[in-house]
Ligand binder design. Structure first.
Ligand code: BGC
Length: 741
């Protein structure tokens, strides 16, 4: 009976959605019939708002009059109910009253800032990540904005690239899960709900592999690697229902992504059947001239629209050239109509034709931007994102009864520093809601604890004049907390660094403070993995806090005093030097693998180990976990079958805690070489002191398949190693099995 009800339920949902789609299609066609060519092309243009720019300004047309004439489809960087309303009113003066779409880079929160995406990835907590995107959507949509340019799902193995802060790190499996969760969070139950925003998956594709980690640089990679490592997170985002995609600045194997038919038409709109629309990246259509792919703006427009870029963000290439290109039959009306249809469909789906102002509601904006639940969610995920790298002497957690604490460093007092590169500057919103690290600590400790402060030094520069005061303050304290790292604008777009050492004289400050003999807790705030070898080797207590957002101060204090037990794990490998980059855990073995100290004619560096400073998946807890009793339901499967893997996890320490258990596989022999290990599953498990839980993973064909050199997704008979551990290096349980065809 239940089954029948379920089938009828599903059938009902399916037919309702289907008839809604038909209805929207009908409305789109009706509108399309009424539109002039100029109006159609107008829908394909997107301009930035008046005062904000997130890229180089190109031409500055008279936006107001173009909107009134129905010649603009969308705007970005227009914030708040008031401003979106002003522009939408202009659109309502146009002949066909087609509403504008407003897009914005809500990358890690709108008003409530969440940890940067790389930090959130360190939480390995998909529910929390989805919630963070949900909160961002609630605040964004209540402010008149329909569309966020997120999630950024670019895999990257190069921490010099500043944009690693926007993504989920180096791993395809983890990145795909996160991409899915973030799209679900942004888009909520369905587009059209007033608390949902359209997601825009970016940057399609392979932008994270920019040569040398230099932003906007070229990408040259095998198509096999593209399919196996870089495309799956995009596909996962699409499976979650992502409404839009953004293409990327880079060329891929010589063809700029923006003019790349293989990426946009063959893969995205063809093989993957994507029904939404593709927006170019900022000015990327025009930039095909600098790439040396287009001789002028007209050719760029022709190449981009032909390749499947539907909307032109700030190049003015479509605006200036498409009408003529259609008139001389270089671009067919069908190509234009297809792009316009895709955009209009989304406007109907959002319900903007019924009420163009439905997202611009001052009361809802106020309620959303003052919702304390949002602050709570931001604090919780900020704590979960922190990674404990070392706690050798168990200095942490600190006692709330500690008599004197010296809180030193350039990150202690400023507020903005916690926000991270892509945080949104809401000029009319009171910034005091951001909790500084100092405030967080002050709120946490008891009345009897004395807090001392010294800045010590700046993030950058060579000035050591503050060292003296810092040392004097440290000498008076029972424990020193030193907060250092990168400033909020040292990682992000156009923020690639050739050296990723701790900037300025900060490591010198650590060395000086160490001489005081006081216990020192080092907090490293950064938008990427940094190199800090001396600190890593000589300081016993290191906490990686990334950039944590508006609740940074509270979250850090929660960790320092044990109100939250650290559970974060690195989503990127931390190199020992820049010379090791690209460095990633799932590399090939090579024909001459270096084992131990033996480097003679081996694939090794003569001047340093191959191993990273901290491996992928690594992160400590105040408690300890024991892995035991690994069982496989069978050790031989056919490709239509599955293996159930189970084991026991016990909290063997003195604190309640969470462990991210990680399952890795190695396909021992393949028709193309396979990585030494690949993450294939994980679970974040919470355990009380002494508690044991049985964890189960299922391994089926989907976890055993890969792309062969003909780009076919296949699985092959053969042996697999199975590894379960606490990081990619800290493997606790091993077994193996065989796939027989
Ligand atoms: C970035 C995109 C961003 C766009 C709009 C570009 O420079 O690459 O990620 O969405 O600007 O701000």
């Amino acid at each position: 009976m239940k089954k029948i009800a379920l089938i009828f339920g599903l059938l009902f949902c399916f037919t309702t959605t289907f008839s809604q789609q038909n209805e929207i299609d009908r409305k789109v066609e009706e509108l399309l019939q009424k539109m002039t060519l100029e109006e159609k092309i107008g829908q394909l243009n997107q301009y930035s708002g008046d005062s904000e720019a997130t890229g180089p300004i190109t031409i500055n047309p008279n936006k107001q009059s173009e909107i009134k004439n129905g010649l603009l489809g969308s705007m970005l960087n227009v914030k708040t109910v008031e401003h979106t309303q002003q522009f939408q009113e202009l659109a309502m003066q146009s002949r066909l009253k087609i509403p504008l779409l407003f897009g914005l880079d809500v990358v890690h929160g709108y008003k409530t800032t969440f940890p940067i995406p790389l930090a959130e990835a360190a939480s390995w907590d998909l529910e929390a990540i989805e919630l963070s995107a949900r909160v961002a959507a609630v605040e964004t949509s209540a402010s008149g904005i329909h569309w966020t340019f997120a999630p950024m799902v670019d895999i990257s193995r190069d921490p010099r690239w500043g944009r690693v802060m926007e993504g989920a790190g180096e791993d395809t499996y983890l990145g795909s899960k996160i991409a899915y969760a973030r799209v679900k969070g942004f888009q909520g139950n369905q587009l059209g709900d007033t608390d949902a925003v359209m997601a825009c998956v970016k940057h399609f594709a392979a932008y994270g592999a920019a040569v040398g980690g230099r932003d906007y640089n070229s990408v040259d990679m095998s198509y096999r690697m593209l399919w196996e490592t870089f495309l799956p997170p995009f596909k996962a985002a699409l499976d979650a229902g992502a409404a839009t995609f953004m293409n990327s600045f880079n060329d891929l194997n010589g063809i700029p992504a923006t003019g790349n038919t293989y990426l946009q038409r063959d893969i995205l709109k063809g093989k993957w059947n994507f029904k939404g629309f593709v927006v170019s990246d900022w000015g990327s259509i025009g930039e095909m001239i600098a790439h040396g792919y287009s001789k002028d703006s007209k050719e760029a427009a022709l190449q981009a629209i032909t390749a499947g870029s539907d909307m032109d963000m700030e190049s003015n290439a479509y605006r200036n050239n498409l009408v003529e290109l259609v008139k001389v039959n270089k671009v067919s009306l069908d190509v234009i109509d297809d792009a316009v249809r895709r955009i209009l469909y989304k406007k109907f789906e959002l319900g903007l034709f019924d009420d163009p102002f439905k997202f611009s509601n001052p009361e809802r904006q106020k309620a959303a931007l003052t919702n304390l639940e949002h602050t709570k969610a931001a604090r919780a995920i900020a704590s979960k994102s922190i990674v404990l790298l070392k706690n050798e002497k168990n200095i942490l957690p600190l006692s709330k009864e500690t008599k004197t604490i010296a809180f030193i460093g350039p990150m202690v007092k400023p507020k903005r520093i916690n926000h991270g590169f892509w945080s949104i500057d809401l000029k009319d919103v009171d910034s005091t809601y951001i909790v500084s690290q100092w405030e967080g600590l002050e709120r946490k400790v008891g009345k009897n604890t004395k807090l001392l402060y010294a800045k010590g030094c700046s993030v950058e520069g060579t000035d050591k004049s503050g060292f003296k005061e810092a040392i004097a303050v440290a000498k008076k304290a029972d424990v020193v907390i030193l907060s250092i790292g990168e400033a909020f604008n040292m990682s992000g777009e156009a923020k690639s660094r050739s050296t990723i050492q701790l900037p300025g004289v900060q490591e010198d400050l650590i060395k000086e403070l160490q001489k005081t003999g006081k216990p020192i807790v080092i907090l490293i705030n950064a938008g990427r993995p940094l190199v800090f070898n001396w600190t890593a080797e000589n300081m016993p207590t290191i906490v990686y806090t990334w950039w944590l957002g508006s609740e940074a101060g509270n979250a850090i204090a929660d960790i320092l005093f044990g109100d939250y037990n650290p559970s974060g794990k690195l989503p990127m490998t931390f190199p020992r030097t820049e010379g090791q980059i690209p460095i990633y855990y799932n590399h090939f073995n090579t024909g001459r693998p270096a084992i131990g100290e033996d480097k003679i004619y081996k694939s090794a560096y003569i001047d340093l180990p191959n191993s990273p400073q901290f491996p992928f998946g690594f992160g400590l807890s105040y408690t300890t976990f024991q892995y035991s009793d690994l069982k496989l339901s069978t050790q031989k499967i056919k490709s239509s079958e599955a293996i159930e893997v189970s084991f026991k996890l016990t909290n063997s320490g003195k604190f309640e805690g969470e462990e991210v258990v990680q399952l890795y596989l190695r396909d021992k022999v393949g028709c193309v070489v396979r990585p030494i290990k690949e993450l294939k599953d994980f679970e974040k498990v919470k355990l009380a002191i002494g508690e044991t839980k049985t964890i189960t993973f299922i391994i089926d064909k989907s976890k055993l398949s890969f792309y062969n050199d003909k780009l076919e997704y296949i699985s092959e008979a053969g042996e697999f190693d199975l590894m379960i551990g606490s990081s990619s290096e800290d493997i606790r349980l091993i077994s193996n099995f065989e796939l027989v065809q």
